[in-house]
Design a protein around this ligand. Structure first.
Ligand code: MG
Ligand code: MG
Length: 640
């Protein structure tokens, strides 16, 4: 499908926006009129600028407060429209968006509105322009797509059609399911936006909090599927009003925009293939929908790679040893060491390549790469590259593994590894293994088994990017967001996981500048791993082992454990065990969660020891303030 985006969606001046949109590979734009009103050039210059960059101006928008007005006002509106038709002719735009009237003067008369829109459409026809009518969620009398359609149908003019906008329909929880039965050629334009579910006035929500499909909580796929089934053949276009996007670098946001449309289109393609009915088969045959390599099936983390300098490598070696990790191998050609415990593999990279050096320069000792096991590593990488991820292709030594790899948003590397490749096969090519997997000396001395999840600190302008990347490239689903209080500001937090819970990420963002999360995320790239959570078979035993070997855990206030007894129906003796061990506790309908944190390593990242009991599927987020307050009080024993 032709891909388009409204100029209002991006930051910058109009020429900057157009450059960013063209660079991201779009076919066209919706020209948001205020962008033109304040443009320092003429309509002809803008037209040439777009044409030079291969961009069509698909739509001129918005034309407001037109239909259903008393006659005197209607005449003035027609004059106003004629002036816009002049401008559109100069710009070479053939489609005008008319949004439903919000004026208190608008009359609740469908026939009048339809007649006036028909008159507008007939005038437009003389200029080679068509009129597309959109229901605004806050329109005076027309709020729903069915109402807009009834008006268009009543207007009965070939030059008058409908705009569908997913935001207006889905924000009102209106049912889009009848759209598939509309005549496809009467849908003149489709605007797509997603959004988080918020309990807000709909205008505030619409003008500040929309985001790209795949970044929010609306059923945008179901919505667009309706338009495709109807036989819509126009552009797939984004119209996003988002305060963060309007202050973020527009090249970056335009890449997200393109990834979003690719994801959406591929989702529809796959859905139609799965449905297999006659309409679906016909739409697929028409060939407008581009498919992508299948969504990867995750099989967990194969390894986590740290970038460290010599000093932090030594300190990390000590800590990992205390935590029961074994030095399992040395890289054949680089200063890189492999550590292992249970199924957990850590690769500690002493600035052996440019990426590790860059990561260290930005974040100090930090996670610079992850290895993700998937059903088909090459397909997963190909999908990611088609969806705007840069391939990561470092120089390899002779005979070393060349893993299909990409650069994730923010600069970390994701390596894809075939699930079928065993640990020995994965590591023995590159490492001289001191204790091959299965070696009985490789037992788990601290009962740590697998990586449970990674917590990422994100700058506020990286969150939507990562949600979409996680969803579209890694096949993860986002959970609901939870707000928790750091002593120095709010932390918003939500989990993302694949359906099989093999790969779990928690995204942390802080609108405050003063939190630990914000300080971590403020470094170059705006994304860094804050915690590495490891599953223990027996957290009491693990914590005891760690403490005995000198690992310092974040001290938890005794008041927290006193409070536990009032929050949960748990045996006092069990609470006392947790108090003595410094273990935190959460319980929900699915099961229990026990966890503890190591003190941050070089003030950068920390390890979390977790044990899931029953079907507990969350992250103990409500306990995060216990950790954050403890760390704050360690740093500043008296309040600042
Ligand atoms: Mg193009
Ligand atoms: Mg719209």
């Amino acid at each position: 499908m032709r891909r388009s985006i409204a100029t209002v969606s991006l930051s910058g001046t109009l020429p900057e926006k157009i450059d960013a949109i063209a660079a991201a590979g779009f076919d066209g734009i919706e020209l948001f009129e205020p962008d033109f009103t304040h443009f320092a050039g003429s309509a002809h210059e803008l037209r040439a600028m777009c044409a030079d960059r291969g961009l069509a101006i698909e739509l001129f928008q918005p034309f407001r407060d037109f239909e259903g007005m008393a006659d005197v006002q209607h005449r003035r509106n027609l004059d106003r429209a004629e002036r816009k038709f002049d401008l559109m002719s100069a710009l070479g735009v053939r489609l005008m968006l008319v949004c439903s009237n919000t004026s208190p003067l608008a009359l609740p008369d469908v026939d009048l509105a339809a007649e006036q829109l028909r008159e507008l459409a007939q005038r437009a026809a003389q200029r080679g322009i068509r009129i597309a009518y959109e229901a605004l969620a806050w329109g005076r009398h027309v709020k729903l797509w069915q109402q807009a359609w009834r008006t268009v149908e009543t207007g009965a003019d070939p030059n008058l059609g409908l705009v569908l906008d997913s935001f207006h329909t889905l924000s009102l929880q209106d049912d889009p399911s009848g759209i598939a039965r509309l005549p496809g050629d009467k849908i003149f334009f489709v605007q797509m936006a997603d959004a988080p579910r918020l309990d807000l006035n709909v205008i505030e929500w619409a003008r500040h909090h929309r985001n790209f499909p795949g970044q929010g909580q609306f059923d945008v796929v179901g919505f667009f599927e309706q338009a495709v089934r109807a036989g819509y053949t126009g552009p797939l276009s984004l119209e996003i009003f988002n305060d963060v996007f309007r202050e973020s670098p527009n090249r970056r946001i335009a890449v997200d925009a393109m990834r979003s449309l690719q994801w959406l289109e591929a989702q529809i393609h796959d859905r139609l293939v799965a449905a297999g009915d006659a309409v679906a088969r016909q739409r697929l045959q028409e060939g407008r929908l581009v498919a992508l390599p299948a969504m990867p099936q995750c099989h967990g983390l194969a390894f986590i790679e740290f970038a460290v300098d010599d000093a932090s490598a030594q300190a990390l070696d000590v800590l990992l040893g205390q935590m029961g990790f074994q030095r399992a191998g040395r890289h054949r050609s680089k200063p890189v060491v492999l550590y292992r415990q249970g199924h957990i593999h850590f690769v500690v990279n002493r600035l052996a390549h440019a990426l590790a050096r860059e990561h260290f320069a930005a974040h100090g000792p930090s996670v610079c790469a992850i290895g993700v096991r998937v059903d088909d590593a090459h397909a997963a990488c190909e999908r990611a590259v088609q969806m705007q991820s840069a391939r990561f292709d470092p120089a390899e030594g002779p005979g070393e593994h060349r893993l299909p790899s990409i650069v994730a948003p923010g600069g970390g590397i994701v390596h894809f590894i075939d699930a079928a490749l065993g640990d020995a096969d994965l590591f023995e090519t590159d490492f001289e293994l001191e204790h091959p997997p299965g070696d009985p000396t490789g037992a788990s001395p601290a009962d740590l088994e697998t990586v449970d999840h990674l917590v990422l600190a994100l700058a506020p302008d990286r969150v939507d990017t990562w949600v979409l990347f996680g969803r579209a490239v890694l096949g993860l689903q986002a959970g609901d967001s939870i707000d928790v209080a750091d002593p120095y500001g709010l932390i918003r937090n939500f989990g993302m996981a694949d359906p099989g819970r093999q790969l779990r990420l928690v995204l942390n963002v802080s609108p405050s500048q003063r939190t630990r999360t914000a300080r971590a995320a403020n470094a170059k790239g705006g994304v860094v791993v804050q915690h590495i959570a490891l599953n223990s078979r027996d957290i009491f035993s693990t914590v005891q082992t760690l403490r005995a070997r000198g690992v310092r855990l974040v001290p938890i206030s005794g008041n927290y454990h006193d409070d536990l007894c009032s929050r949960f129906d748990i045996a006092p003796a069990f609470v006392e065990r947790m108090r003595d061990a410094g273990i935190l506790f959460d319980r929900n309908a699915d099961g229990d969660f026990l966890h503890a944190y190591t003190e941050p390593f070089h003030e950068r990242f920390l390890f979390e020891i977790v044990q899931r009991v029953g079907g507990y599927d969350a992250y103990g987020t409500l306990n995060a303030p216990a950790r954050m307050a403890a760390l704050a009080q360690q740093r500043a024993p008296t309040a600042p």
